[in-house]
Design a protein around this ligand. Structure first.
Ligand code: ADP
Length: 165
């Protein structure tokens, strides 16, 4: 029920000054940010986050290498977001992976329009502004990579009632 998920605002979101806009979308649903920092990821952190066994196996080594180059190119904003079914809710808000196909109203659908085809032609990672953990297990692993346990806080939002609704 109550879950934590990892959100990264990727370097394209930071460079395009979309940080506040995207955070607002998360906050207005009632989801709670319980940890946040801006960090320029090292290749090691990026490589662990986008692990060979996941990304290279699903999408190929080239896509993984481009992704690591992109995510280490500038700072990202990393967040732990807490809420009921937070993993699924944040994925819904983010929209599908390819911006061209992401529905209007989603973060990717509203803020980008890149395609897999163009990213392959240009040999660049697809610019889709946000990462959100895909499962509770992935969230747990990713939060451990990006945050120390003492960086994850506990507090009540002023609009938070016992059952959130
Ligand atoms: P998501 O981020 O939606 O969970 P994946 O885990 O499948 O998607 O892929 C991780 C990231 O890899 C994507 O967000 C995207 O930036 C990049 N990516 C995935 N597939 C491709 C592709 N075919 N070409 C370029 N980049 C890709």
């Amino acid at each position: 029920m109550l879950e934590n998920t990892l959100v990264l605002l990727k370097p394209d979101a930071v460079r395009r000054a979309l940080i506040g806009e995207i955070i607002s979308r998360l906050e207005r649903t009632g989801l709670k940010i319980i940890a946040m920092k801006m960090v320029k990821p090292t290749p090691q952190l990026a490589g662990e986050h986008y692990s060979y066994d996941d990304i290279a196996v699903r999408h190929g080594e080239d896509v993984r290498n481009r992704l690591i180059k992109f995510i280490t190119s500038d700072p990202v904003v990393a967040m732990v977001v807490e809420g009921v079914s937070a993993v699924e809710v944040v994925r819904k808000l983010a929209g599908s992976t390819e911006p061209k196909s992401a529905l209007p109203g989603t973060i990717r659908g509203d803020f980008c329009h890149h395609t897999f085809a163009l990213s392959t032609e240009k040999e660049e990672s697809i610019r889709n502004v946000i990462h959100a953990s895909a499962s509770v297990e992935e969230a747990e692993k990713e939060i451990g990579l990006w945050f120390n346990s003492d960086e994850v806080t506990e507090y009540k939002r002023s609009d938070q009632v016992e059952h959130f609704f």
